[in-house]
Design a protein around this ligand. Structure first.
Ligand code: MN
Length: 249
């Protein structure tokens, strides 16, 4: 089995090394990842300039560092390595739950694989308030368990996985959609110029059986994702409304 590993924290992030090391138990592994951090790039692709990459080795594994986005890396990696069976992304430094799924480069890299018809899993782990990195060694058995379960589950093309600080067991979850408040904090830099920070805070309680809830309970959160964003209920209602309007006019 051919397993392509990517991320958005950059090719030298400790999380991708752990992921690649565990992936080696399941098949041949190749790392194709951004040369610098590309967090919160979501599904950006590079179209105004060409892409370049350099070959390197990470823990003995064939690796390439690309001057592009996470989605670029998966597109390029699957172009150069035919018949990739599985794409794994992460392990991201920081959770990708709720609305962060929209911003995440880690999830976007997995989505890019899904666009190409390749099954993919995105992995993320928390960073605490001090910015300390998670204990990746402790996560290794859970990464292996998730990959094993994923390969054994039929019709599961795209999976978003988040680890709590100390995992207990796996749990299937839904994406939490909490209305969050984004706001801008103005400030001044040392040269006296105005600058702005984009910040956010969440507003609602945590719903049970969601990704955020699972993390709070110490579960490894497993959320199947889909690429089709169509709101089917509202589509039906809009069509019904249009028909009713047509008959009354
Ligand atoms: Mn990241």
């Amino acid at each position: 089995m051919r397993i392509l590993v990517s991320n958005d924290d950059g090719v030298h992030s400790p999380g991708i090394h752990t992921l690649a090391r565990v992936a080696q138990r399941f098949g041949d592994v190749r790392i194709v990842a951004p040369d610098v951090e590309q967090s919160a790039m979501s599904h950006a692709i590079t179209v105004r300039r060409p892409l370049h990459y350099n070959a390197t080795r990470i823990e003995g594994i064939e690796a390439y560092r690309v001057d592009g986005t996470p989605a670029d890396c998966v597109a390029l990696g699957t172009h150069h390595w035919e018949r990739v069976d599985l794409v794994l992304t992460g392990i991201n430094l920081g959770l990708n739950i709720g609305h962060n799924i929209w911003h995440s480069g880690t999830v976007a890299a997995a989505k890019q694989a899904s666009f190409l018809g390749i099954p993919a899993i995105a992995f993320s782990a928390p960073v605490d308030e001090t910015g300390a990195e998670p204990d990746f060694t402790q996560l290794e058995p859970y990464v292996a368990e998730v990959i094993e379960m994923f390969l054994d589950t039929p019709d599961l093309p795209l999976l978003n996985v988040n680890f709590p600080l100390s995992p207990t067991s796996l749990r299937w979850t839904r994406m939490s959609v909490r209305h969050y408040e984004g706001f801008v904090v103005p400030g001044e830099d040392p040269m006296g110029r105005q600058h702005y920070w984009f910040a956010e805070r969440t507003r609602e309680r945590v719903e049970e059986e969601t990704d955020r809830w699972a993390i709070e309970q110490g579960y490894v959160s497993l959320t199947p994702l889909r690429l089709n964003l169509t709101d089917d209920d509202r589509l039906d209602r809009a069509i019904a409304h249009a028909k009713a309007a047509a008959t009354t006019s």
